[in-house]
Write a protein of this length. Structure first.
Length: 199
């Protein structure tokens, strides 16, 4: 809508919050009536989509609050209500022998091409559930974005990893760790416990 309006000389800032001001500018602008009506129709479609997204978010939030496993998992840094609810609804932790097997099933472990006693690890295998892997990696990137030395939320392990490795590689390693924590919490029914910071 912003691009079409710009063709008629109506300029607006980027962002979903700028839709209403853009619609007001379009209504006041001197342009063909057919263009005004078409752009107003686009505005109504955007408003309808916003209402549908708000309703979906409301339903997902209610499901998250009604699910005790989802609420426990959401306490893990980097795992929000959507990821927690998806994990609680789709993962059966009894299928896996350990958190390592669960992380491997998600595709968060390196692909191994070892031979003759020589270990050769490649990139992550990307096997398993792509949606769950994506949610964990995006959550890990959010944690990394706010990781600072002296921060109460950043672990020394993560800060050390960020000094040695690129951010995306560190995000996959953190997602692997998060997957293992998820498996342990779902298997044992325990709450998340943050490790005490070193003095």
């Amino acid at each position: 809508m912003r691009g079409h309006a710009a063709e008629f000389g109506v300029i607006a800032a980027k962002g979903i919050t700028q839709v209403e001001p853009l619609l007001q500018k379009i209504a006041e602008a001197t342009m063909p009536q057919a263009a005004k009506e078409t752009l107003a129709q686009l505005g109504r479609v955007i408003a309808q989509l916003d209402a549908q997204l708000a309703e979906i978010t409301k339903r997902l939030t209610a499901k998250h609050k009604a699910n005790p496993v989802s609420q426990r998992l959401a306490a893990i840094p980097g795992i929000g209500p959507l990821t927690a609810l998806t994990m609680a609804a789709t993962v059966d932790p009894g299928q896996f022998e350990s958190g390592r097997h669960f992380a491997a099933w998600l595709g968060l472990t390196p692909r191994e091409r070892s031979t003759g006693g020589r270990q050769c690890l490649g990139g992550i295998s990307r096997a398993g559930n792509e949606r769950l892997r994506q949610l964990l990696v995006v959550g890990a990137m959010a944690v990394i974005r706010h990781a600072r030395p002296g921060s109460k939320t950043a672990s020394p392990w993560l800060l050390g990893l960020l000094e040695r490795r690129p951010r995306k590689l560190a995000a996959v390693a953190l997602a692997n760790k998060m997957a293992r924590i998820v498996w342990a919490m779902m298997t044992n029914g325990t709450a998340y416990r943050r490790l005490p910071q070193a003095a």
